[in-house]
Write a protein that binds this ligand. Structure first.
Ligand code: NAX
Length: 333
């Protein structure tokens, strides 16, 4: 067994963390041979609830979990961590304008970027889940100049998993047979779920394209796109609470693939700082298809994009530029 690594989860008293902590602590992310010290950050009023979460983690009697550090102090939370799940964020309250929500979150992610910069391991891998996830990740990276920009990512894996499940359902195949479905852009209703480069394993060793297998481009451009874009709202309508178990699973998938890599010929979607690929705006956190090896992601280049895709990429790119402009105004940059 190796030495324990330190991993932080923020928003640790919240509902996503309640599922995520168990997944991390039992080895789903860093593997069955990697002991862990979990740092749990939340705000002072939540310390009582957090105490209950710590009791439950103790009571799970998980062999990999060597220590749990609950705290409301970002210095303690970010000290020496090699992976950071930034789940905690200010939720949208009734009557709150988008601008107010952004303002509250920009402040949180500025402070957390500064704390990561000062106290975390210099190669810390940061996954932002808290919304608006893409812009929060951008702000966080800007306030952590000593950590490479490539180490800040935003979660669109839940959207990818949702999209994969929709395709599997349509084809009546196991979800594991579907791969290379892409989420482009923002984790918002402007995202572009794109199945046009997707693959379907029909027989052992034989792949078909999703387009061939479904043979209904109109469905792929309408019902499929809208279902994935609105899936979060559908879950809220049914459950009266937002997606939590599936969000935790997606966060765990995202970080596991970042640490372990993607298999040959497969790609996954992550919000990363854009280099302008596919005509997207530079320096916004944009979700792209990526391959990963040696804990480094690379954008999949040169996938053909038709006019429909170009339009969708433009719309979501514009929204990210607007969010960035608002966030920078709030900071006064
Ligand atoms: P909860 O409200 O259950 O939990 C959030 C927790 O964060 C609370 O315990 C709160 O006290 C804490 N928190 C607030 N400010 C904090 C700060 N400055 N430092 C540390 N902790 C802080 O929300 P939950 O359902 O767990 O969702 C968390 C975030 O994930 C939300 O912003 C939500 O919008 C976002 N989501 C993002 C998704 C994605 O795909 N990127 C999907 C799921 C989810 O909607």
């Amino acid at each position: 067994m190796s030495e324990p690594i330190r991993v932080v989860v923020t928003g640790a008293a919240g509902q996503i963390a309640y599922s995520l902590l168990y997944m991390i602590a039992k080895g789903d992310v860093f593997g069955p041979n990697q002991p862990l010290i979990l740092h749990l950050l939340d705000i002072p009023p939540m310390m009582g609830v957090l105490e209950g979460v710590v009791m439950e983690l103790d009571d799970c009697a998980l062999p990999l979990l060597r220590q749990v550090v609950p705290t409301a102090d970002p210095i303690v939370a970010f000290k020496d961590v090699v992976a950071a799940f930034l789940v905690g964020a200010m939720p949208r309250k009734q009557g709150m304008e988008r601008k107010d929500l952004l303002a509250a979150n920009v402040k949180i992610f500025k402070e957390q970027g500064e704390a990561l910069d000062k106290y975390a391991n210099k190669d810390v891998k940061v996954l932002v889940v808290g919304n608006p996830a893409n812009t929060n990740a951008l702000i966080c990276s800007q306030f952590a100049p000593s950590i490479p920009k490539e180490n800040f990512t935003a979660m669109t894996r839940l959207d990818q998993n949702r999209a994969q499940a929709q395709i599997a359902g349509k084809l009546n195949l196991p979800v594991a047979n579907i791969s290379n479905i892409i989420i482009w852009g923002n984790h918002s209703s402007t995202q572009f779920p794109d199945a046009s480069h997707g693959k379907v394993r029909v027989n052992e060793g034989k792949d078909l394209s999703v387009r061939e297998a479904i043979s209904d481009d109109a469905w792929l451009r309408s019902v499929f796109v809208e279902t994935v874009q609105k899936r979060g709202a559908s879950v809220i309508n049914a459950r009266k609470m937002s997606s939590a178990m599936s969000a935790a699973k997606a966060a765990s998938d995202h970080m596991r693939d970042w640490f372990n890599g993607t298999s040959s010929g497969k790609f996954v979607s992550m919000g990363v700082v854009s280099d302008g690929s596919y005509g997207t705006p530079k320096d916004v956190v944009f979700s792209f298809p990526v391959t990963i090896s040696n804990k480094k992601w690379e954008i999949v280049k040169d996938l053909p994009t038709d006019d429909f895709a170009k339009k969708m990429l433009e719309t979501t790119g514009k929204e990210l530029e607007e969010e960035r402009a608002e966030a920078l105004t709030i900071i006064g940059a």
